[in-house]
Write a protein that binds this ligand. Structure first.
Ligand code: ATP
Ligand code: MG
Ligand code: FE
Length: 349
């Protein structure tokens, strides 16, 4: 089937088209710059930006794929989790398109989309696989068997901040620009990761092997900056960035590999915005190679929020015979990740 996917859960308006696992179009408009001076996403600004970007983004995706609306077989849309106003805009648009084209609509869980992003680059997911989702809002270790047919098993989540949130907050403390993740990645290139001994939270024996905690790193970074200022020196930002990045990458990859070992899983998939981080990628590669585990990380443009990943889930749902969502389906801003499809009836009967 040809599936149009729509994503609008945060500050990216994405439209993607996937046909039988193959990526045909991938268009994203971001309102990131409009939020920069506030240091974080402003929900009202995001909603308004989605409203403005929706039609041009969808149109461009159709042009890229060389298709007309009548050639689409289904529409998939993120129904949660995310910002409610932002989700509403995408869902309203997706409903209109599905209704106009006379095709079924599928509500998709945003994180299932992040997982499916990798299939567009590396093909079907091996069963089972361990998935590390690391983004601005989530840090989770999942055991995925069949993404659209079976419930996803949560091995562990963050107890406080997400890894991306940690990058964003520490960047601010270090005086780096928004968004913090890419800024820390860039600054770290000139730094020494061993210059500061940042903690590795929840890695002692007795700690939950799959749970994460990143708020302590933010505090440690603030204390490090403060100590420098008290001595009347400016903190070496590159070193701070490199050391922070090392601590986050170390904890993420250590726990992800432990999950693979414990569950006898041969493949680790790392997805979400933080999967774009160069050190996370390098350390995951190094440790997977040493452990004989296959590592799959989608290319950077598929790591951050986009519509193609939602289309990828929609495509899997259609092919598995899942029931579509009713046209009065609503958003679920805090949807838990158990099923990829966000409608009660979407699990195949
Ligand atoms: P969620 O998917 O959980 O709803 P989100 O939509 O904010 O959250 P994404 O768009 O997947 O998340 O990712 C954005 C996050 O990724 C931000 O926190 C950003 O700082 C981080 N990020 C992006 N590039 C990098 C990088 N190179 N290094 C570290 N972090 C990065
Ligand atoms: Mg985003
Ligand atoms: Fe996301």
């Amino acid at each position: 089937p040809v599936v149009l996917g729509i994503e609008s859960s945060c500050d990216e308006t994405g439209a993607g088209i996937v046909q039988d696992g193959k990526l045909l179009a991938h268009v994203v408009a971001s309102s990131m710059d409009e939020h920069a001076r506030f240091g974080g996403v402003v929900p009202e600004i995001a909603s308004r930006a989605h409203l403005q970007a929706f039609t041009p983004v969808v149109r461009q995706a159709m042009t890229e794929a060389g298709l007309r609306l009548g050639q689409i077989d289904a529409v998939a849309v993120t129904t949660g989790p995310g910002l409610s106003g932002a989700l509403q805009v995408g869902l309203a648009g997706a409903k209109s398109l599905a209704y106009a084209a006379g095709v079924p609509l599928y509500g998709v869980h945003h994180l299932a989309g992040h997982v499916a992003a990798d299939t567009l680059e590396h093909g079907p997911l091996p069963r089972p696989c361990v998935v590390l989702i690391v983004s601005g809002g989530h840090t989770s270790l999942l055991l995925v068997r069949d993404l659209v047919r079976e419930p996803i098993l949560h091995l562990g989540d963050t107890l406080d901040d997400a890894a991306g949130e940690c990058f964003d907050k520490v960047a601010r403390i270090l005086g780096l620009p928004y968004p913090g993740g890419p800024a820390i990645d860039r600054a770290a290139r000139a730094g020494d990761p061993d210059a500061v001994a940042f903690p590795r939270p929840l890695t002692k024996s007795g700690d939950d092997p799959y749970a994460f905690s990143f708020s302590g790193l933010k505090t440690a970074a603030a204390r490090w900056v403060e100590q420098h200022r008290q001595r009347g020196t400016e903190p070496p930002v590159a070193d701070g960035a490199a050391a922070l990045q090392e601590a986050v990458a170390d904890v993420l990859t250590r726990k992800a590999l432990r999950a693979c070992r414990d569950h006898d899983v041969q493949t680790l998939i790392v997805v979400g915005g933080v999967a774009a981080n160069s050190r996370v990628r390098a350390l995951a590669e190094q440790r997977c190679r040493a452990a004989g585990i296959e590592l799959r990380v989608p290319p950077m443009t598929l790591c951050t929020d986009n519509g193609a990943m939602i289309a990828a889930v929609g495509d899997l749902l259609v092919r598995s015979g899942a029931e579509p969502a009713p046209l009065d389906v609503s958003i679920d801003p805090s949807a838990p990740l158990e099923y990829a499809a966000l409608t009660p009836s979407a699990v195949p009967v």
